[in-house]
Design a protein around this ligand. Structure first.
Ligand code: UGA
Length: 438
């Protein structure tokens, strides 16, 4: 199939290279010339395990090209909208500027036999509005919604071997059949491998995505709320998570208590979902998501308070080492990162904060010049009055407490992700605290 991806950020770039790797002819389009030049030269604009190789291999096949020239889209048949839908600056709603701009830049080049596919995460009702936009411009191409479910850190695996594929098809049977034929062609290898296919209308497909992310966020906040109760009772949240996770109706995943969820998806998606419910007159239906958001924010502030107590009540002249800045390991993404939020709060309160992250150091340096950045955990922890582990990178999980103790000022560890072995750290002479564990 001949496919364009409109938008070459995380989603678009991974999707473009993945689709080329399974045999399609893919053109990645973006308005950012520098990003396009880099991708065309095989230089990924973000850290994603395996993406460097996949990109280079796909470019080598000659099936993957990148351009800022949208008129090239005329020679392709499926156009996949992959642009971001961040939270609006002054409200909880999703900002659809990029989605509208993507469709508008395609419009002059669309032909009747083309199909437009939406992959971005959007508020329910967006696809319907985009069809209107296309029809107002005299475009006859059908539109289908085909949400993505990739996780950063596993983006290639999730794109090439998804848990499920979802089609949101137009109501008109002829249009639906045209869109479906193109989608089936694009995903032929995955469908042949028995990937479950779920088909619904536009609203259903749009809601599948935000429902999935809201459920995941709820699961995390649920266990973090239980962690708060554990802290008041001396119970151990990781044992509770293990025990309830053994019930296969609950399952063990996304029950890791800690400093909560961040990133470019879960926080903004639950807020946009609530905002959309309000517009639709069903505010109450999603009122619980406000609590999910509150629990999440409370865990971050809890770590700031724990740190203040660990330092005897004052941040003045205190050095704090923060291990981790990305919102999760195997990523350099610092959007809505709980680690970076905590580091900035501590620095704002007057502490001398030194951050280190295996992939996000340069981002921290550029985005938060008030924070000192160190090469590795040992450099960050040198002379520290307290050490905070806030992103669970393997290299932090494997730290040797005996060696680290030699460089710190005070051996006090606050493990915001519950990934270290309390007994091992205490035996090595550390005061060890974690989240919802005695
Ligand atoms: C999330 C969803 O998991 C994907 O399915 C979805 O496609 C994607 O958003 C998206 O909308 O594009 P992602 O943002 O990459 O993916 O990150 P997650 O793996 O979901 O982690 C989100 C946050 O939750 C991280 O900060 C992580 O540290 C935290 N988390 C996760 C916990 O605190 N506890 C857990 O048990 C699991």
């Amino acid at each position: 199939m001949r496919i364009t991806t409109v938008g070459c950020g995380y989603l678009g770039a991974v999707y473009a290279a993945s689709m080329a790797s399974i045999g399609h002819e893919v053109l990645g389009l973006d308005v950012d010339q520098k990003k396009i030049d880099n991708l065309a030269a095989g230089i990924p604009p973000f850290h994603e395990p395996g993406f460097d190789e996949l990109l280079r291999e796909a470019l080598d096949t000659g099936r993957l090209t990148f351009s800022t020239d949208y008129s090239l889209a005329a020679d392709y048949e499926a156009h996949v909208i992959c642009v971001g839908t961040p939270q609006q600056v002054d409200s909880a709603r999703a900002d659809l500027t990029y989605v509208h701009a993507a469709v508008d830049s395609l419009i002059p080049h669309l032909q009747d036999h083309h199909v437009v596919l939406g992959r971005s995460t959007v508020p329910v009702g967006t696809a319907e509005a985009l069809v209107q936009r296309l029809r107002d411009a005299g475009v006859k191409s059908p539109l289908a919604w085909n949400p993505e479910f990739l996780r950063e850190g596993f983006a290639i695996e999730d794109t090439l071997r998804p848990d499920r594929i979802v089609y949101g098809l137009p109501e008109d049977p002829a249009e639906a059949a045209r869109a479906r034929k193109v989608l089936d062609g694009m995903y032929a290898t995955m469908l042949e491998a028995d990937t479950p296919l779920v088909v619904g209308n536009y609203a259903t497909a749009e809601l599948v995505k935000v429902s999935a992310n809201s459920f995941l966020a709820t699961k995390i906040s649920f266990i973090n709320a239980v962690a708060e109760v554990c802290e008041a009772t001396g119970a151990d949240v990781s044992v509770i998570a293990e025990a309830i996770g053994l019930d296969d109706r609950i399952g063990p995943k996304f029950l890791r208590a800690g400093i909560g969820f961040g990133g470019g998806c879960l926080p903004k998606d639950i807020r946009a979902f609530m905002a959309r419910a309000g517009e639709l007159g069903v505010t109450e239906a999603l009122a619980f998501l406000r609590e999910v958001d509150h629990v999440n924010n409370r865990r971050r502030d809890h770590v700031v308070n724990m740190t203040r107590k660990a330092l005897g009540g004052s941040f003045t002249d205190k050095r704090i080492a923060v291990l981790g800045a990305a919102f999760k390991p195997n990523s350099d993404d610092t959007r809505q990162s709980p680690a970076l939020y905590i580091a900035s709060k501590l620095s704002g309160r007057g502490a001398d904060v030194v951050v280190t992250d295996p992939a996000a150091n340069s981002r921290v340096h550029a985005e938060r010049p008030n924070l000192a950045v160190a090469e590795d955990a040992y450099a960050a922890a040198t002379g520290a009055d307290v050490v905070l582990l806030l992103t669970e990178w393997d290299e932090f999980k494997q730290l040797d407490p005996v060696k680290l103790r030699e460089v710190v000022g005070t051996p006090h560890m606050i493990d915001g992700r519950n990934v270290l072995d309390p007994a091992q750290w205490r035996e090595a002479g550390w005061t060890y605290q974690s989240m919802g564990r005695p």
